[in-house]
Ligand binder design. Sequence first.
Ligand code: SF4
Length: 426
Amino acid sequence: MPGIYAHIPLCASRCSYCDFFSFVAPERRNLSMVDGVTSGHDARRRSPFVHNHGAGRPRSVADHDYAGDVVAALKRELTARRGQPPSSDFLRGAPVTSIYIGGGTPSLLRPVLLQSLLDHTASLWDCSGIKEITLEANPEDLTDDYLEALARTDFTRLSIGIQSFDDGLLRLMNRRHTAARAHQAVRAAQNIGAQSFGKNISIDLIWGIPGMTMAQWEHTLDEALDLGVQHISAYHLTIEPGTPFGKMAAASQGNDSSSAFRPIPESETERQYELLRRKLQEGGFEHYEISNWALPNHRAVHNSAYWDGSPYLGVGPSAHSFDGHRRREWVTPDLEKYLTKGPSYGGETLTDSQLRNERLMTGLRRAEGILASTLTPRQADLANDLIRQGLLTQTAAHTKTQAAKKISIPAEKFLLADYIIGSLFE
Ligand code: SF4
């Protein structure tokens, strides 16, 4: 299921938990690179785009050539990846099954510009049998005008970063939208995109936020279910060093008061996870991957390629690619260089044991698990121990060619996935 990912490294502001590679939009931060995490230098002095500001200061990223520059650079990279020897095109010319435009905040870009990126991709690869074209969007960008323009594009799916339906938590996370705005954006997308992306909406939620009560979490889940979306990704918050949350946690070290900002206790994590599982199951959602739930026939096609070892090609600063065999590459996360000199790449060729670990890591995140026959004899012994402890289950696999067994992590044990998978590593 080969897929193409394009990374739009632009955001309007920086969320308190985020360590993704992105660059804050010009009108908000005057082109300064995002604090600390992935940048490490001040682009104000060096950016080739600063001189464009002049008197006619841009109103938004969408009105500035900057968005056009990013898309033009992505197109150049796509052309180069397709045009070079087959090893560069990790898809090896195979028909593309999915396209995912993520970021950053791709919905800062006008739909017509995003469509030009899709058109360019389709001019290079066979996209005639494509199953899914996703746009990542933030609720505040999904105005009626924007959605009407988006309905004239080829996007078939929206992935909306809502994170919470509690205004206090949204403020804590420095999100730009309110709960009401998120609600309104989903409803408008369902209406205006009724013939396309409106029928296939995914929302992102975050749980395990310090200070979040069970009542707040239940309210968020009820709101999410009430909206009638087809897919929900719910991620446990990780406090990353260098982010505002990371700094708040560091400043709280040694502070035992209830206002201290620190990861929530395990018992709280378990209660929130149980509520999440129960609510979404009652809502008819299938828990098909550790952090992902879908209504029947609405699993994420593109993300599934990451989990099942399919080849994918990622373009844009910080994007990763995998050739479906052993080779992994990534674009250096430096926007300025990317725009002015083109991409530079890091890469690695996985050894046999790295490859096996990788397959364990991605395969056991999925509810269906992995074929037991892919384990080494030593791993099979360890897996049997884990089965005895109830941390893995073994079931008959339905393969065309042979009677085989599958092993998987039971959904109620997903919280222990790191430990379980780690114990099988070579
Ligand atoms: S909008 Fe998304 S990519 Fe941008 S800072 Fe927030 S979470 Fe990170």
